[in-house]
Design a protein around this ligand. Sequence first.
Ligand code: NAD
Ligand code: UGA
Length: 465
Amino acid sequence: MVVKEFEKRILCIGAGYVGGPTMAMIAAKCPQYEVTIVDINTARIDAWQTDDLPIYEPGLLEVVKQVRDKNLFFSTEIDKNIKKADIIFVSVNTPTKTYGEGAGKASDLQFLEKTARNIISAAESDKIIVEKSTLPVRTAHAMERILNTNDKNLHFDILSNPEFLAEGSAIADLENPDRVLIGSRETESGIKARNEVVGIYANWIPREKIITSNLWSAELSKLVANAFLAQRISSINSISALCEKTEANITEISNAIGTDSRIGSKFLNASVGFGGSCFKKDILNLVYICESYGLNEVAKYWESVVEINDYQEKRFVKNMITLMFNTISEKKIALFGFAFKANTGDTRESPAIYVARHLVNEHAKLTITDPKAIGNAKEDLKPYLKEDISSIQFTENPYEAAKDAHAIAILTEWDEYRDLDYKKIFGSMEKPAFIFDGRDILDHEKLFKIGFNVSAIGKPLMKHF
Ligand code: NAD
Ligand code: UGA
């Protein structure tokens, strides 16, 4: 048997939402490279080798199937794969620290540091190490110190190549990104390493979209991009509160301001709040970094983005309780959607978690429906399920979820919720029936005509009493 010689051996440590899709795309676009993904989580690695992938992402399975066992491999043999790799992408999780100095704000870098130590102990040749995880600015400096203080006389070039994909559209984002950013030391060896990684992406991305910068700019750009995106949502959400007091309509405002080319139309959808594993974590990390440099005003400015988000979630629940005659005890409420956004099963930091917990604390009975996130929702609400097994039910069928309910709350903007037969749903509900549209995706006039009392984010209240 002739063993195929690959041009380059690429390794990714961390087989999660970023490592999996990113490496699958590199493998698909670069058949001349061998791409391997390793993880300490055996169950995850096993799942990547089946058709029931560990994450749901439209189009991902097709890409994985195209390259799996050809030039894309999954493994738990970390040391062996470190040894043979030329370039190592590090895509481990970097959650908010929950203990010690910086708890609640700083990034927990323990997984990154363990990976760095793993690389030193297993490596037998010089390598390029690429930070793919989102990290505090100047982390590469610490990585350099850890990696290059080795007694094997090995040299490691550290690069920063942050990932900008969004869940639900990861494949399209990876195939046709707005830009790819690669930061390096501006030394001869740093620039040579950077050019190597530019060369990978240049296999399918136009060269002008591949931006290079110094290491610190690349690391910080990632935090700033997420902070700016989240800030737009908090800005529009703050105005949604004012709309509800003044009969202005937030969708009309988003349209009106979004047509200004300087403002732009994206990321102006008012909602029950932003979720996801990164916005809150990355902004709090930015806040912590600013505080640690004594930039307290800057820290406060960015922290307010998270505060408005918390306020929006709280406001949504409070409004539900107030409108439903100040008590929801024993009332059945259907939650339509639990994922933090449509087209993903991910529920990390989903506003639905806050809403559900709060409603249960008010003794409401919940029925949760979601096309992809019921498994994760059960995990998120585990403590509540133990306390009173009957207070939360789950079903994939929204009609069943709404039956005998006093209210529906739309928490995820799944397309299927737009076109349900709301007349039929209204007929099956307790009266007066309420709809709380936390995503502004429904036809509110139509619902009101059917008989619903409609309360939508940033819209005039429509009620029959
Ligand atoms: P994830 O939790 O889905 O995956 C991380 C994986 O790393 C896990 O499977 C974990 O078992 C593995 N891991 C941890 N320590 C390890 C070790 N020492 N050796 C081998 N494997 C190890 O996380 P994710 O969502 O893929 O995020 C990874 C990074 O990318 C984070 O820094 C995140 O901020 C950033 N990011 C995420 C997204 C996103 O959409 N989720 C987008 C852009 C950037
Ligand atoms: C976000 C960024 O968009 C990515 O560029 C980044 O790579 C990623 O974080 C990351 O670092 O993890 P993601 O969290 O997957 O991606 O999804 P988004 O589309 O940004 O949505 C985040 C949250 O904001 C969702 O809860 C979404 O429903 C909400 N959102 C988004 C709004 O409430 N209104 C909007 O107009 C847009």
